[in-house]
Design a protein around this ligand. Structure first.
Ligand SMILES: [Zn+2]
Length: 114
C-alpha cells in the first residue's frame, strides 16, 4: 500500500524533528499534499492514524492541505491554477511553462500542545 509506506516515512520525520522525542506533546501535524503527488489524502490520513494508534503519537491529529496544480509561464511570467494535465498558459497560450506546485508532499507544521 503506497500511502502506508509514505505514512511510515512521515512518522519517522516527525520523530526526528520533535525535540527530545516528546511525541506526546504533539497536538497537530499539518501536511501539504499536492494534487499531482499521487497521494490520496483520505488513505494517507487513515494510514497515519492506524500507525499512531497505541503509540506516543496517538493523540496527534493529522490535517491535510490540498495544494493545487499551478504552473508558471516562462514567456509572460503568469502563474495560474491549472486543470490536471494542462500545461498551457491561459494568458498568452505558450506551452513553455514550469510546474510551480502540485507535486509536493510535505510536513508543513508540527504544532505542540501548550
Ligand atoms: Zn504566458
Amino acid at each position: 500500500m503506497h500511502e502506508l509506506s509514505i505514512a511510515k516515512n512521515i512518522v519517522e520525520i516527525i520523530k526526528e524533528s520533535v525535540e527530545e522525542n516528546d511525541l506526546r506533546s504533539i497536538e497537530r501535524v499539518v501536511l501539504k499534499v499536492g494534487e499531482l503527488s499521487g497521494v490520496v489524502p483520505d488513505s494517507l490520513q487513515f494510514s497515519l492514524e492506524a500507525i499512531s494508534t497505541g503509540t506516543e503519537l496517538e493523540s496527534a491529529k493529522y490535517e491535510m492541505k490540498r495544494i493545487p496544480f499551478t504552473i508558471k509561464c516562462k514567456v509572460c511570467g503568469n502563474v495560474s491554477d491549472n486543470e490536471l494535465g494542462i500545461v498551457k498558459c491561459p494568458v498568452c497560450g505558450s506551452k513553455d511553462t514550469e510546474v510551480v506546485s502540485g507535486n509536493e508532499l510535505l510536513i508543513s507544521e508540527i504544532i505542540l500542545k501548550n
